[in-house]
Design a protein around this ligand. Structure first.
Ligand code: NAD
Length: 476
């Protein structure tokens, strides 16, 4: 008999432990006054773990542990020594990336191809990148000796659980802060595995604390008076509530909120590549992407050609088991999110847009939504204005570059945009006029730790990534 190593996507590489504990002061502890909730696999509705729900006393304990670690260990530690821990964490993430990728796909529903080839490499890259800054903060453009803020409260969403954790924790630690992070209630498991990695890296106790729980835990954390900085990624509605609740306090705040990006295709674009970019823009991660290209603006004279190609390409997408390495589109993260996608899509049909999906067999159990496009969409339609956060594309047309800019900017959001054209001068002309934090040209959904990311208008404020990402964690 041969003994083969498990396949990269095999579930056997994952053991779910410590799920019923909170990670406070370097240890997994039982909640003092909270309850518990279940985390399920959205592709099968199987319960993966019973997870602790942190209450007010747990928030108190975690903030206190973070403060102690900040005052006694992490704050005074030279940057070059903090860097060593961050490099060690980055290396451990690489070493354990199969385990992390499989667990991410199990808990979130995203295809293993994405968690393995996109999320995990970016997570490690973020820690490597910010490790490099830890002893060079005086060269980051914020004065010769910028100081950390203190204790950071960080609340993240479910669409990129580990990646959002990395975006939050890596710059905070590099800048000398300690953190209390709350993952989303539908995807808490990889954050707890990350806590094990912190133990393995022998990160000093209390530098990173993880509190699982839902909105109430998040609210108690951001409102805690012992917190110096709040970093939130999530919906615009909750972001607004947080901004209101901490207004008038000395807390520093960054918000990464929703989006409704335009992906703009001109008639001189390489159509095949543009179609790949459209598919990547809206069907990557089931469209659960804040910067998803959810509004396709296509120049009228090539609209028929682009749509024909797009439909042909959509018919090739494989929807199904996230742990199958051939899957392109996985499960919708939760029943509640599926309901929201259905409701908005039904509104699209009711308002007169034309709906199309390729023939597509969906599994019986779990939460699924076929890749969908709407044509004949107008600016007034809800599907053109509201964030759907699912695999649903609204298609609008335009005639001139000025009209494309006007339609692209006609949204309360301003996170990202895509431009597809052969002309460099047009890219620059458009990029100057698009009110979006990130503008991609002849590509889409490209991320890199060196590059700042963030929004305008209702998409939030502050930047994550790059040198700019340090600013929110320094007193400058
Ligand atoms: P959400 O706002 O419902 O939840 C986000 C997090 O906030 C969760 O951890 C949740 O438990 C917590 N929370 C809920 N109520 C809270 C409160 N009152 N106080 C403190 N915390 C609270 O958002 P979601 O549905 O999980 O995520 C989807 C949203 O996130 C989308 O709008 C998406 O665009 C946005 N998002 C933005 C970015 C970005 O970088 N701009 C990235 C990813 C997702």
């Amino acid at each position: 008999m041969f003994e083969y190593a498990p396949a990269p996507e095999s579930r056997s590489v994952v053991e779910i432990k410590n799920a019923s504990g909170l990670y406070i002061g370097g240890e997994f502890v039982d909640p003092a006054d909270g309850g518990s909730f279940k985390s399920i696999n959205p592709a099968s509705e199987e319960v993966l773990a019973e997870v602790a729900e942190a209450g007010a006393q747990d928030v108190e304990r975690a903030v206190r542990a973070a403060r102690k670690a900040y005052d006694k260990v992490w704050g005074p530690m030279p940057g070059r020594d903090r860097a060593k821990y961050l490099y060690r964490i980055a290396r451990l993430i690489q070493e354990r990336s199969r385990e992390l990728a499989v667990l991410e796909s199990l808990d979130n529903g995203k295809p293993i191809r994405e968690s393995r080839d996109v999320d995990l490499p970016l997570v490690a890259a973020h820690f490597f990148y910010y490790a490099g800054w830890a002893d060079k903060l005086g060269h980051a453009g914020f004065g010769p000796n910028p100081q950390p803020v203190g204790v950071a409260a960080q609340v993240i969403p479910w669409n990129f659980p580990l990646l959002m954790l990395a975006w939050k924790i890596a710059p905070a630690l590099a800048a000398g802060n300690t953190v209390v992070l709350k993952p989303a209630e539908t995807t808490p498991l990889t954050a707890l595995l990350f806590a094990e990695i912190c133990q393995q890296a022998e990160l000093p106790a209390g530098v990173v604390n993880i509190l699982t729980g839902a909105g109430d835990t998040g609210r108690a954390l951001v409102e805690h008076p012992g917190v110096d900085k709040v970093a939130f990624t999530g919906s615009t509605e909750v972001g607004r509530a947080i901004a209101r609740s901490i207004a008038g306090t000395r807390k520093k705040l960054t918000l990464e909120l929703g989006g409704k990006a335009a992906n703009i295709v001109f008639d001189d674009a390489p159509i095949d590549q543009a179609v790949e970019g459209i598919v990547n823009g809206i069907f990557f991660n089931q469209g659960h992407v804040c910067c998803a290209g959810s509004r396709l603006l296509v120049q009228e004279n090539v609209a028929d050609r682009v749509l024909e190609s797009l439909k042909r390409r959509m018919a090739q997408l494989r929807v199904g088991d996230p742990l199958d390495k051939n899957t392109d589109v996985g499960a919708i993260n939760s029943a509640a999110q599926l309901e929201r996608i259905r409701e908005l899509s039904d509104a699209g049909s009711a308002e007169g847009a034309e709906r199309w999906s390729p023939p597509c067999d969906l599994p019986d159990r779990g939460f699924w939504f076929a890749p969908t496009i709407f044509t004949g969409v107008t600016q007034a339609h809800r599907i053109a204005r509201e964030e759907i956060f699912g695999p649903v594309l609204s298609v609008l047309t335009f005639r001139t570059p000025a009209e494309a800019v006007e339609k692209a900017n006609n949204t309360p959001y301003g996170l990202s945009a895509g431009i597809w054209t052969d002309k460099g001068s047009r890219i620059l002309w458009m990029a100057d006029r698009l009110r979006a934090g990130v503008v991609w040209a002849n590509t889409f959904n490209k991320f890199d730790p060196t590059s700042p990311f963030g929004g305008y208008k209702e998409s939030g404020y502050g930047r994550e990534g790059g040198r700019h990402g340090l600013e929110g964690y320094l007193n400058v």
